[in-house]
Design a protein around this ligand. Structure first.
Ligand SMILES: Cc1cc2nc3c(=O)[nH]c(=O)nc-3n(C[C@H](O)[C@H](O)[C@H](O)COP(=O)(O)O)c2cc1C
Length: 326
């Protein structure tokens, strides 16, 4: 005869064990100000274009969100090649020239999105450019806007805008009054102090900062004796820029009370942890996609979960910026 009490006790034990295990498993969901995502890994802008099919695969592979290629008012075909090449040491030099289909074509593509948390990257020269684009997307399903204030190799946009704090303030303030969707400012290192740009963006009411974009750089072909990139000057990404990006995240989080998304040279979970300890609430994944493809998102999430268990962190919030204590 089956012992009813024994079965009851086993059931209770299983429930207790499940509660215990789920309590022990760290929570890797994260808040970036008003933006909430299931895990802190985000595809960086421009790395895999704007195809909804590809975004779907990235999201299914474990990314918490994706950022689109930067979209401008009008379609742009970008620069002549070569536009991307490896500089060794897991570094890449690119000057794509912000090729994109323009806001009208893009907004049609975006209608196919049903479930992916998409951050739309916008690039423009004036506050009117940005507001016009935001208005054209007002009925779309968008997690946040990321303003590209930092592309280092296209005239009159990107860093040319980011280097003008007054313009940054105007752009952010006007977009904030035109939409409820959160606004992220993506900064880079230009010819003025990048902290002035952040100050202006914060004054304008920005919700978060992404730091950093690629760094202005170039390379010369010594046989042909000419610059390798079609545009001559481009942006350096990948492993060589990680320590610079960490320094920026640390500086920003030490000076401003603003959520940060770290970006630059993240190749594995330990890089992601480093960014979070420096002050980032989430990280963007870029050049490493060339080496590890979409697997990188779940690899980072798994490594991060293991690290948090070992160090007894219950959630990401407990880790953010801890290195500033020392
Ligand atoms: C081929 C390529 C295209 C990029 N296009 C954009 C873009 O359209 N907008 C933008 O804000 N950043 C763009 N970036 C910069 C990345 O989003 C990221 O900030 C940078 O590559 C640093 O991260 P990583 O070292 O992980 O690649 C691009 C980078 C690469 C390599």
């Amino acid at each position: 005869m089956i012992n009813v009490n024994l079965i009851k006790n086993i059931r209770l034990l299983i429930i207790f064990m499940n509660c215990f295990i789920s309590k022990m498993k760290p929570d890797i969901s994260t808040h970036i100000g008003p933006i909430f995502i299931d895990n802190p890994t985000i595809l960086a802008s421009g790395i895999l274009g704007i195809s909804i099919n590809i975004f779907n695969r990235i999201y299914s592979s474990g990314a918490g969100a994706v950022v689109t290629k930067s979209i401008s008012m009008l379609p742009s075909s970008g620069y002549d090649g070569p536009s991307l090449f490896s500089v060794g040491g897991d570094g890449w030099l690119n000057a794509i020239g912000l090729s994109n289909p323009g806001i009208d074509n893009f907004s049609k593509m975006l209608r196919q999105n049903k479930k992916i948390p998409i951050i739309v990257s916008l690039v423009g020269s004036t506050d009117i450019d940005f507001i016009t684009m935001v208005k054209k997307l007002q009925n779309s399903k968008i997690l946040a806007y990321e303003l590209n204030l930092s592309c280092p190799h296209v005239d009159k946009v990107g860093l040319d805008v980011g280097d003008d704090p007054e313009l940054v303030y105007n752009i952010v303030k006007k977009i904030k009054s035109a939409t409820q969707t959160p606004i992220i400012a993506k900064v880079g290192l230009g010819s003025t102090n990048y902290l002035d740009t952040i100050h202006a963006a914060c004054d304008g009411g920005v919700d978060a900062i992404t730091a950093i974009n690629t760094l202005r750089a170039m390379a010369i072909d010594i046989d042909a004796m000419k610059p390798i990139l079609g545009n001559k000057i481009g942006g350096l990404s990948g492993r060589p820029i990680k320590t610079i990006a960490i320094r920026c995240v640390y500086e920003i989080s030490s000076k401003y009370n603003i959520p940060i998304i770290g970006c630059g040279g993240i190749f594995d979970w330990s890089d992601a942890v480093e960014f979070i300890l420096a002050g980032a609430s989430a990280v963007q994944i870029g050049s490493v996609i060339n080496n590890k493809w979409m697997q990188i998102f779940s690899d980072i999430n798994q490594g991060l979960t293991n690290y948090m268990s070992q160090k007894n962190f219950a959630n990401i919030g407990e880790m953010v910026g801890i290195s500033k204590k020392f």
